[in-house]
Design a protein around this ligand. Structure first.
Ligand code: ATP
Length: 238
């Protein structure tokens, strides 16, 4: 069964031309799918639409066969969809530990909340070393890890990630994407990963989907896409 499916999804701003145009996608349960495309291809718009932050003009968004195309953002979160937006959103006034505890607040029992937070420290050792540090003192990589850990605390079934590698050093990106791949493999989490870092994304994804002007121009196994210089040159700008 598909965990996430889009059918003829069409999105636009104001009365302009569609930015996402009759977009079709099926993401199997437990798959990591890289969403690729040059600047302005429509990746952010698509993820924000899936999360319920941008209205659709037409089409369907199915999460485990339930149509959410018109559902409010909070109902999508309840249904198991989580978005980590571009820009590493963390509460900069709070410490790492406080940020994580906020992410686990929905667990009523303090012991369960604590255990969930400790689980995140096990996944992201650099965060554990910085547990008492204020958000504003974190490096870009630490912030991105914290944003990801906070999203994982909600135990989503489908995680949407917008450009997690933006501005990070290659080594930090590799560590972050590695945790993502391992978590998905261990827990069956389904991931849609929008990235401009094509090599990094394809190294952890099972499949790659290339967007150009809001439409799919390629949908192939990650290894196959990575080995296709013509496609990279035509749509990914290198
Ligand atoms: P990037 O990697 O630069 O974020 P992207 O693939 O995520 O690119 P989008 O940000 O979704 O692409 O942008 C797709 C198109 O929609 C672009 O032409 C952009 O100018 C337009 N667009 C994005 N946001 C808005 C907005 N709020 N109002 C009007 N047009 C917008």
């Amino acid at each position: 069964m598909s965990a996430l499916s889009c059918q003829e999804l069409t999105v636009g701003y104001g009365d302009g031309a569609p930015v996402v145009d009759r977009f079709d996608l099926d993401v199997e349960e437990g798959a990591v799918v890289a969403l690729l495309g040059a600047n302005g291809a429509g990746k952010t718009t698509l993820l924000r639409t899936l999360a319920g932050l941008q209205p659709v003009r037409g089409g369907r968004v199915l999460l485990h066969d339930r149509d959410l195309a018109k559902a409010a953002a909070e109902d999508r979160v309840r249904a198991g969809l989580a978005l980590v937006p571009e820009g590493r959103s963390v509460v900069v006034e709070l410490t790492v530990d406080e940020n994580l505890r906020l992410g686990g607040l929905w667990r009523h029992r303090p012991r369960a909340r604590r255990a969930a937070v400790e689980e995140m420290y096990a996944l992201f050792p650099p965060l554990e070393r910085r547990r008492a540090a204020a958000g504003h003192t974190l490096s870009g990589g630490e912030r991105q890890m914290l944003a990801l850990a906070r999203a994982l605390l909600a135990r989503p079934r489908v995680l949407l990630l917008d450009e997690p590698s933006l501005g990070l050093a290659p080594q930090v990106t590799a560590q972050l994407l590695g945790v993502l791949r391992d978590t998905a493999a261990r827990t069956g989490l389904t991931v849609l990963l929008a990235e401009q870092n094509v090599t990094g994304a394809l190294s952890v994804a099972h499949r790659g989907v290339v967007l150009s002007l809001g439409a799919v121009v390629a949908d192939r196994p990650a290894a196959e896409l990575a080995a296709d210089p013509a496609l990279r040159h035509a749509y990914l700008g290198f």
